[in-house]
Design a protein around this ligand. Structure first.
Ligand code: ADP
Length: 493
């Protein structure tokens, strides 16, 4: 059998990466290229779609060269991507009509406020599972149609295509204009219950249906590309966080993963039923696979690993992110110190955008190690808050937490997470979980892997952190945290 690899294209916010996986799910080679960020005004963020495409293509070619292999050895390509980022391009020429508007971009905040003012929050939430926010694609498309001269007329004539980054790359690779359910579910335009673009929402946002990609399940052959050489099927599209959930083999209801990056992203598989959150978590499509659609609850922590950068860059208490573990380990505990890094407000379940950070419990004996430890622990406390919210929404506890991302390398942090949640925290052998998820989905589509059981066998823990606290200690710690969070909120009143 000649095809030995799956090629995952991982198109992120700051870089394009390509990773070649073998049949054991091991990364054989990887290539990465950063691209430019454009900040045309405060709070606005753009990318050049052509630079995204060219950097992605360059890494795909480079990874084959690094592995010393040919396109014929690639059974399929899977694509995972930064979500919500919005591109509009000319259907005939394939030229973008404007830079991509990146998920972080706040330019449509006023428009979102208007929609909320019209009482449309529940309309959008019940159909899309999302809250009305500038983060999602819908208002970004409207902005492009309103601001690029002639765009609205051209879109109505069917001359323009809208797509998120998965869709843009697929178009460039194969000429097919499609997206998958996981990416569509982040647009504010997609009805997650019947998996169709929602006419009511399209009307509300003035988006002509002619420009929409066809929304399809996440694992299938979308088209064939010759761009890398040979003929390779593109066989999966998946948003990055859903990709990570799949790459963690979190295939069953209540399976949960946390990615510890700059912020933290928690997703819980809720099975074939969308679960509506009572506390403002998002309901999203995990993936469409094998004739089924699986849903997830999603919550995020705004300041995760970023608190470690703050210790390093502002307080200068540590030399590097990894150094935080050594310093924190100098003390047994924080001596009652809590840091709530609400630098940009508090997310789920508090939703207090005006909250600001606090340090509480200082005594004369509190020193550097206590502060560093408290900062690390804050990442676990905030994640535990989101997990506790998910458990309430789901009406069931989670059996274990699978973890990835840069800060998941921190053993002290992972142990604290296990202690707080009172469940095992499992770190997988593959750090490239997002790309692995895309590879898994593509491999399933072309028969490279026979089914989910084979993938379950591939996922292996590198280390398992078992909880070590009794109930009293856990409750005391959580009560102290809850108290610190209360103070951080009352501070701004
Ligand atoms: P992103 O994808 O958001 O850029 P990464 O997954 O690359 O994030 O993780 C980087 C973040 O993880 C940074 O905020 C960094 O401070 C933090 N980090 C990296 N290594 C460690 C470590 N050993 N201990 C604690 N935090 C870490």
């Amino acid at each position: 059998m000649s095809a030995r690899y799956i090629l995952a294209l991982d198109q992120g916010t700051t870089s394009s990466r390509s990773i070649l996986f073998d049949r054991e799910g091991k990364p054989v080679a990887a290539a990465q290229q950063e691209f430019r960020q454009y900040y045309p005004r405060p709070g606005w963020v753009e990318h050049d779609p052509m630079e995204i495409w060219e950097s992605q293509l360059a890494t795909a070619r480079a990874v084959l060269e690094k592995a010393g292999t040919s396109p014929a050895a690639v059974a399929a390509i899977g694509i995972t991507n930064q979500r919500e980022t919005t591109v509009v391009w000319d259907r005939r020429t394939g030229q973008p009509i404007h830079n991509a508007i990146v998920w972080q971009c706040r330019r449509t905040t006023d428009l979102c406020e208007q929609l909320k003012g019209q009482g449309l929050e529940e309309t959008f939430r019940s159909r899309t599972g999302l809250v009305i926010d500038a983060y999602f694609s819908g208002t970004k498309v409207k902005w492009l149609l309103d601001h690029v001269p002639g765009a609205r007329e051209r879109a109505a004539r069917g001359e323009l295509c809208f797509g998120t980054i998965d869709s843009w790359l697929l178009y460039k690779l194969t000429g097919v204009h499609a997206t998958d359910y996981s990416n569509a579910s982040r647009t504010l335009l997609f009805n997650i219950h019947d998996c169709r673009w929602d006419e009511t929402l399209l009307r509300r946002l003035d988006v002509p249906p002619e420009m929409l990609p066809e929304a399809r399940p996440s694992s299938q052959v979308y088209g064939v590309t010759t761009a890398i050489g040979g003929e390779i099927p593109v066989a999966s599209l998946i948003g990055d966080q859903q990709g990570a959930l799949f790459g963690q083999a979190a295939f069953d209801p209540r399976d949960c993963k946390n990615t510890y990056g700059t912020g933290c992203f928690l997703l819980m598989n809720t099975g074939e039923k969308p679960v509506a959150s009572k506390s403002g978590l998002l309901t999203t499509i995990g993936w469409g696979l094998g004739g089924k659609v699986e849903y997830a609850l999603e919550g995020s922590v705004f300041v995760g690993g970023a608190v470690v950068q703050w210790l390093r860059d502002e307080l200068k208490l540590i030399d590097s992110a990894a150094h935080s573990e050594t310093v924190a380990a100098e003390v047994e505990d924080t001596g009652g110190v809590y840091i709530v890094p609400a630098f940009v407000g508090l997310g789920a379940p508090h939703w207090d955008m005006r909250a600001r950070g606090v340090i509480v419990g200082l005594t004369r004996g509190a020193g550097r190690a206590h502060l560093v430890r408290a900062a690390l622990e804050s990442i676990a406390f905030q994640s535990a808050d989101v997990v506790r919210t998910m458990e309430r929404d789901m009406g069931a506890g989670i059996p274990q937490l699978r973890v990835d991302g840069g800060a998941a390398a921190n053993n002290l942090l992972m142990q604290h997470q296990a202690n707080l949640l009172n469940i095992p925290v499992m770190r997988g052998q593959t750090i490239e979980t997002t790309a692995l998820g895309a590879a898994f989905l593509a491999g399933l589509a072309v028969g490279f892997w026979p089914g989910l059981d084979a993938l379950r066998g591939i996922w292996q823990p590198e280390r398992v952190f078992e909880p070590q606290w009794d109930a009293t200690r856990r409750q005391r710690a959580l009560a102290g945290w809850d108290d610190a969070v209360r103070r951080c909120r009352s501070q701004v009143g």
